[in-house]
Design a protein around this ligand. Structure first.
Ligand SMILES: [Zn+2]
Length: 172
């Protein structure tokens, strides 16, 4: 099996999807297709299978991923899961690629994000996506914070229908 990329290699911006093709030379290479608004991210599949992915960012064109562009990094939400071909399933957060089948551990969020996430938790379950919107953060950052707070014993995760939700853990 070929090498899986651990990072997005951002190759810049084009106006039309086909212009991205020659730039997608290595696994994880990505190009923003921007025409008036962000349309899509074209990417060479990061697992090295040689296929190209088009990740839609434009709600008018169908189900769209949210994208968060930092000074030097890009994040996508939700995860990218190919339902054809290689079946790759990965998360892009701050240009790092986290492989879902490897259960890659998220990098630690800053102390500030940990603190703000904890402050937002109540005794009622709330979705990490909703909390991220309230805090103006990338959902992966809040998920990472929630997972860490659970391990510290101060938060607990929902199960079943409440999967993806967290609440403050009741103290005895
Ligand atoms: Zn692939």
């Amino acid at each position: 099996m070929s090498e899986r990329a651990k990072k997005i290699a951002f190759k810049g911006q084009v106006s039309h999807r086909h212009e991205a093709n020659p730039l997608l030379s290595e696994p994880g290479a990505a190009v923003l297709v921007h025409r008036g608004v962000a349309r899509a991210i074209a990417m060479a599949c990061p697992d090295g299978c040689g296929e190209q992915l088009t990740i839609n960012l434009d709600e008018r064109a169908g189900p769209a991923w949210r994208h968060y562009v930092g000074e030097t990094t890009v994040s996508l939400f939700p995860s990218v899961w190919r339902d054809t071909g290689c079946g790759s399933h990965f998360i892009v957060w701050r240009s790092k690629i986290y492989w879902c089948d490897w259960h890659d551990e998220f990098e630690a969020p800053s102390d500030d994000i940990m603190k703000r996430t904890l402050q937002l938790l109540t005794d009622r379950f709330a979705s990490y996506v909703t909390m991220a919107d309230q805090l103006g953060l990338v959902p992966w950052a809040v998920l990472s914070a929630c997972n860490r707070l659970c391990r510290r014993g101060v938060a607990e995760p929902g199960t079943g229908k409440q999967q993806g939700q967290f609440r403050r853990k009741a103290t005895a």
